[in-house]
Ligand binder design. Structure first.
Ligand SMILES: [Zn+2]
Length: 82
């Protein structure tokens, strides 16, 4: 979504929209429409600048990304599928 570089889905962080927020789905299991981005801040910044989240997740803006940013910035443990 951010840099648009194509890599295997396993290398990407899946996110979904919940209650006006972008929520990380590291196990790729949450129901509903998802979107994928590289788990790096640069890709997140790009996606935000392009206002890509509301479009990709098909929900009206605004969508807060604090939770995803914390996860990507390594603030929280992230168990990526092997
Ligand atoms: Zn990217």
């Amino acid at each position: 979504m951010g840099c648009r570089r194509r890599v295997p889905a396993a290398e990407l962080l899946r996110v979904v929209a919940r209650d006006g927020a972008v929520v990380p789905d590291p196990t790729h299991r949450l129901p509903g429409r998802g979107a994928h981005l590289h788990p790096v801040v640069a890709c997140l910044d790009l996606a935000e600048r392009r206002k890509a989240f509301p479009r990709a997740l098909r929900v009206p803006p605004p969508l807060t990304t604090d939770l995803v940013r914390r996860v990507i910035a390594g603030a929280d443990d992230l168990t990526m599928p092997p």
